[in-house]
Design a protein around this ligand. Structure first.
Ligand code: PYC
Length: 311
């Protein structure tokens, strides 16, 4: 199995270029379902230790249904599948460029939640135009163990987010453990209170915000991903969800730049245009770097060829 590893502003992506399972010719949503029900060991063996890690996001390239797209992409992580992944799409963009699969300065890729436009900007990396994003529930009040009463917004940015400024400690790397524990308690409180996204969708990303460390950024975030790892990048779908909230509250105008700083100090540059029905079309610019080009080997007598499972 051939893979290309990259990181986008610190967050790693592993693109499976060849050797993945055959998933038929259905829609990307159907192929994701096929992957999940019949080939989940593929995801586990690529992402889990000893070949991967909890931080890694995988991206399986497959033929697109929409012929305008250069490829289809299914994103996955240590616990399951992601409809969309912003840093991952920027990692895919860099990989396509590296492989010579992006001959134009603008290409489209197809994900299970929609088509993503990538624009290559050689100074700044690449820009993705994300799926339509929106604020779903504003000022949701929660009683959270260890935090007490807090409030935040529920928004869609390609994944479901709970966004809050009520972090228990400063958003610095040294506090990652406390931030992770607090985010897990928020996730539990959301479940207990029955707060969900549309159609009962689980809110599986928790995002804390504070002022930025750098004067030239607008905000700093800490994002807990569904598998329990925090995002080293400012999170593309999380920044999209944030801009959707700011737009709905008239705090960010269309075309205005929003500089989102991550917990490690890396940055995404975001902006949006209004889409249909009060939704926004976010654009996220960030840099990705290739870190490895390799073959994954699965020996038949390797007891951990499908990964090491934590209970
Ligand atoms: O950049 O959208 C993102 C993302 C989601 C999970 C990890 N990164």
């Amino acid at each position: 199995m051939k893979v290309i590893d990259s990181h986008t502003e610190g967050e790693p992506t592993r693109v499976v270029v060849s050797g993945g399972p055959a998933l038929g010719s259905g829609s990307l949503k159907e192929r994701l379902a096929q992957l999940e029900s019949h080939h989940d060991h593929f995801r586990q063996s690529v992402i889990l230790e000893p070949r991967g890690s909890d931080v890694l996001v995988g991206a399986l390239l497959c033929p697109p249904v929409d012929q305008r797209c250069v490829t289809g992409v299914i994103f996955f992580n240590n616990t399951g599948y992601l409809g969309m992944c912003g840093h991952g799409a920027l990692g895919v963009a860099k990989t396509l460029q590296y492989l010579g699969m992006a001959p134009e300065s603008e290409v489209l890729i197809e994900t299970p939640v929609g088509v993503i436009k990538i624009t290559f900007d050689y100074a700044e990396g690449a820009t993705i135009e994300n799926v339509p994003s929106y604020l779903f529930k504003a000022d949701v009040c929660l009683n959270v163990k260890g935090l007490g009463e807090i409030s935040g917004d529920v928004a869609w940015g390609g994944n479901w987010f709970f966004l809050t400024e009520h972090a228990p400690v400063a958003l610095v790397l040294a506090n990652c453990q406390q931030l992770t524990e607090a985010a897990i308690q928020i996730k539990k409180a959301l479940m207990e209170a029955g707060v969900t996204g549309i159609d009962g969708a689980v809110i599986d990303h928790i995002e804390f915000f504070s002022g930025a460390e750098s004067e030239s950024a607008d905000s700093r975030n800490f994002v807990l991903c569904p598998g329990g790892a925090y995002d080293r990048s400012p999170c593309g779908t999380g920044t999209s969800a944030k801009m959707a909230c700011l737009a709905a509250k008239n705090q960010l105008q269309p075309g205005e730049t929003w500089v989102q700083e991550s917990i490690i100090g890396s940055r995404f540059y975001g902006s949006y245009q209004w889409g249909e029905k009060g939704q926004v079309i976010p654009s996220i610019t960030g840099r990705a770097y290739i870190s490895a080009e390799s073959s994954l080997v699965f020996e038949s007598d390797d007891p951990f060829r499908h990964g090491i499972f934590s209970v």
